[in-house]
Design a protein around this ligand. Structure first.
Ligand code: SF4
Ligand code: SF4
Length: 449
């Protein structure tokens, strides 16, 4: 173990091997599956392959057999467990209440513990989960480098040259790179953005680890919408990455340390709620109670923290908001991010907010709650399946003839924009909060005459 100098107190585990077997998973969790198969057709990888082992039921069977040491954790096990998108569509479909996310995340943790992989895999995991994502300063430096790469015209040059084809997964990651915000989102020095008008609520805001650099406008819009609706927004500087990417990839100890850090950061403030504007982060934050259930010092605090987390769209439909929106004359459809629809069961709230905007023509998309294939870094590490999963999404978006596809998760925005552009479809993604902020600004313009 070592302590990071940039973030005193943040302990970075050297080795995931220190964990117990299938941490966080009980025999009762696995026994909840009655093998009925009602989840099969909800599963993107089963729909694509038709294979039982690429279905939720098949993967639960594998996890149970491995936990009971009836099968080895070998390449075949890893292949099936890591081809899952962790989209949780199977949780929505399951009548028995199986907590599939808990099962797959524990199985991945175990897979990494037993089979940490070769030197390259270990190095990439070490670099991403232990050296970059936990540290805002390093992320900011990386984002600044990437912004220079774009603004200096190097990106255009590199893409035209075709050299990216030689770099495998790094080349694929580059293709997903969005245009970085010219000005990164920065929390105010005071850590508190005051309410506009009378203060009615005091909320915490989780900025996300990459959102300030890649989606600065989304964060600015989110904070502004909250301020417009009487919220004093507390943005603790000590907050860190939520740990979702680590949980999904099996790097559980890193995620647990980040969770502890975030609890420490938000706890001193007397907050009504803690707001997330990214579906994947929101789900991870709402599950801190499970993640730290075996930590006597943090278990209770983690449950209290998790109980206060809300997605921004969920929160705005619970409080009385200002509905004096200006008109937005656009056709808009909506993509249910998996971790909002399946992970948090938030479906109606974003639609209600969008439909309250005058002039906005809302059109539903076929299979709006089918995964887009983004799934954290899945679109980089499982690029083939990701492309197969996003293909019908592009067709369904195109059929709506929408100007925008609104969504509440940044990873989905990258994935859909990249696929839409490649297919020559003009629709572009936008975060629901950006549309809402535009509607408020339109109202201000209309008032000026
Ligand atoms: S996960 Fe649920 S729906 Fe799927 S087979 Fe098991 S019990 Fe049935
Ligand atoms: S999480 Fe998604 S991809 Fe994984 S088994 Fe469930 S439905 Fe299939």
């Amino acid at each position: 173990m070592k302590t990071d100098t940039e973030t005193p107190g943040l302990v970075i585990p050297d080795n995931e091997d220190e964990r117990v077997r299938f941490e966080g998973l009980t025999d009762e969790d696995l026994a909840q599956c009655v093998h009925c198969g009602l989840c099969l057709n909800a599963c993107p990888t089963y729909r694509e392959t038709g294979l039982e082992m690429e279905s939720p039921r098949g993967r639960i069977y594998l996890a149970k057999a491995a936990k009971e040491e009836r099968i080895p954790i070998n390449d075949t096990f890893l292949k099936h467990i890591f081809l899952c998108l962790d989209c949780r569509a199977c949780e929505t479909a399951c009548p028995s209440g199986v907590q599939y996310g808990k099962i797959i995340e524990a199985a991945r943790g175990e897979a990494i513990r037993v089979r940490p992989g070769g030197l390259t895999a270990r190095f990439v995991r070490w670099l991403v989960f232990k050296q970059v994502f936990p540290f805002p300063g390093r992320l900011r430096a990386l984002a600044a480098l990437l912004r220079f790469y774009q603004l200096a015209g190097l990106q255009a040059l590199v893409r035209r040259s075709g050299v990216l084809r030689l770099f495998g997964q790094f080349g694929q990651a580059e293709a997903l790179l969005p245009k970085l915000s010219r000005t990164f989102y920065a929390a105010p020095n005071t850590e508190v953005a005051p309410a506009r008008g009378r203060t009615k609520h005091r909320v915490g805001f989780v900025t996300g680890c990459v959102m300030p650099y890649f989606f600065g406008d989304t964060n600015r819009a989110t904070v502004s919408v909250l301020q417009r609706n009487g919220c004093e927004v507390v943005i603790p500087k000590q907050q860190r990455c939520c740990g979702a990417l680590g949980v999904h990839a099996g790097a559980r100890q890193t995620a647990q340390d980040l969770a502890r850090r975030n609890i420490d950061a938000f706890e001193p403030y007397d907050l009504d709620v803690i707001i997330s504007n990214a579906a994947g982060c929101g789900t991870a934050l709402k599950e801190y109670g499970d993640l730290l259930e075996n930590d006597p010092a943090y278990a209770e605090r983690a449950r209290a923290f998790a109980a206060r987390v809300k997605d921004i769209s969920e929160y705005l439909t619970e409080i009385e908001i200002d509905t004096k929106f200006g008109a937005i004359e656009k056709r808009v459809t909506y993509q249910d991010a998996c971790h909002l629809a399946h992970g948090q069961r938030v479906r109606d709230q974003p639609r209600a907010l969008l439909q309250a905007i005058p002039g906005l023509e809302f059109v539903e998309m076929k299979n709006s709650d089918h995964c887009c294939g983004s799934a954290g870094i899945y679109n980089i590490v499982q690029a083939d399946m990701s492309q197969r999963v996003v293909a019908p999404k592009v067709v369904n978006i195109e059929a709506t003839a929408a100007d925008y596809v609104a969504v509440g998760n940044p990873g989905c925005m990258l994935q859909m924009d990249s696929a839409l552009a490649a297919a020559g479809v003009a629709t572009r993604s936008i975060h629901t909060m950006e549309l809402l902020e535009q509607a408020y600004q339109a109202a201000e313009e209309e008032a000026k005459g």
